[in-house]
Design a protein around this ligand. Sequence first.
Ligand SMILES: CC(C)(COP(=O)(O)OP(=O)(O)OC[C@H]1O[C@@H](n2cnc3c(N)ncnc32)[C@H](O)[C@@H]1OP(=O)(O)O)[C@@H](O)C(=O)NCCC(=O)NCCS
Length: 307
Amino acid sequence: MLKISTYRELECKNELLPLMDQAFHLPFNLKEFEKTVKIDPRVKNGPIGFCAIENEHLVGFVGVWDLPTRNLDGDLEYIGGVYGVATLPGYTRRGICTALMRTAHEYFRQKGYSFSFLSTVPTSVAYDLYKTMGYKDLIEFPSAYKIIPSNHAKTYKEKTREQPDLDKILKIYNEYSKTKTGFAIRDEEYLNALMRIEGINAKGCIVEEQSYVIFKKDKNGTQIKEIVALSAKYLEKLVEKVENNARTAVYDKAVMSNEVWQIYRKRKYMLLSRSNAVAMIKPLAAAVSFKQNYGDKFHVSGLDVGC
Ligand SMILES: CC(C)(COP(=O)(O)OP(=O)(O)OC[C@H]1O[C@@H](n2cnc3c(N)ncnc32)[C@H](O)[C@@H]1OP(=O)(O)O)[C@@H](O)C(=O)NCCC(=O)NCCS
C-alpha cells in the first residue's frame, strides 16, 4: 500500500541516497541537504518535498519550492517550484510520480499559488509526463562552449577571500533585473543558498563595479552560471577574464541575454540555440494566464535552476 508523506515526516531519509543516485547519477549527501534546507528560503518553511513510501521504504520523491517572483505589476508573487522528481527503477509505471506531482500541485494551490515551475530535459520521459500534466515550455536554455588552448597564458589571478561580495552582486543583479519579471527578485538569503548549493565561493566570482560573473570550475572546464553587466560594454572583459582563468574549456548552459550571446559569438564559442534543458510552467487554475501575469520579460538564470 502506497503512502505519501512530507520529507519532514520521512523516517528513512537515508534512502534518498539510492533514489537520487539512480535518478540523477548524483550521490545524495543527506548531511549537506539538511544543512541547506535550513538556510534555503525556498524550502525552509515548507514540506521540502513529498515522498512515496511502500512497505516502510522510500520509492519516490517530488521536491517542492516556494519561489519568489516579480509579476507584471511589479509585485512579489510566489509560485510553486518542482525539483528532484524521482521514482525508484523497480517501481516505475505504477503512477507514483503522477500521485506525487498531484500532491505537489495541491500544496501549491493551498498556498494560493497560480503557477508551478520546473526545469527538465526535453528528451527525457519526464518531459512528456509533465506535458500531459499541463506543463508548457517556457524557456529553452541556449548554450555556448569554447575550448581553451592548453598553452593559454593565465592573466587573471584567483582571489583568495572565502566569501564573495554578495552585497555587491545583489546590488548589480537587482539593478539589472529591475525591469524584468520572474526570478528578478533576490535577497541575500536566497543568493547565499544558491551559492552554497552550487558550492561556489569567492574563487568562483569576478565582481567589478558594474558587472559580475559567477562560475564553477572542475577538471572538465569552467561553467559560467551567471553573468550580469549593467552595460553590454563590460561583458566581454568579464568573459575574457573567465577564459584566462580556465584550463580546458568554458561553457554556459543558460545564455539568458542576447548581449551575452553576441559576445560568445564574437569570441568564437560553439553556440546551440536549443539545448537539452527546458523550463516549463503550468497554470494551477483555469482563469490564470502566464502572459498576463508576467508579460514576455520572465527572467531566470542558470544559477536559479541549477543548469
Ligand atoms: C520520470 C519518472 C519520475 C517517472 O516516474 P513514474 O513513477 O514511473 O511515473 P508514472 O508511473 O506516474 O508515469 C505516468 C506516465 O508517464 C509516462 N511514462 C513514465 N515513464 C515512462 C517510460 N519509461 N516510458 C514511456 N512513458 C513513460 C507514461 O505515460 C506513464 O503512464 P502509463 O504508465 O500509464 O503509460 C521516473 O522514470 C524517474 O525517476 N526517472 C529518472 C529521473 C528523472 O528523469 N526525473 C525527472 C527529472 S526532471
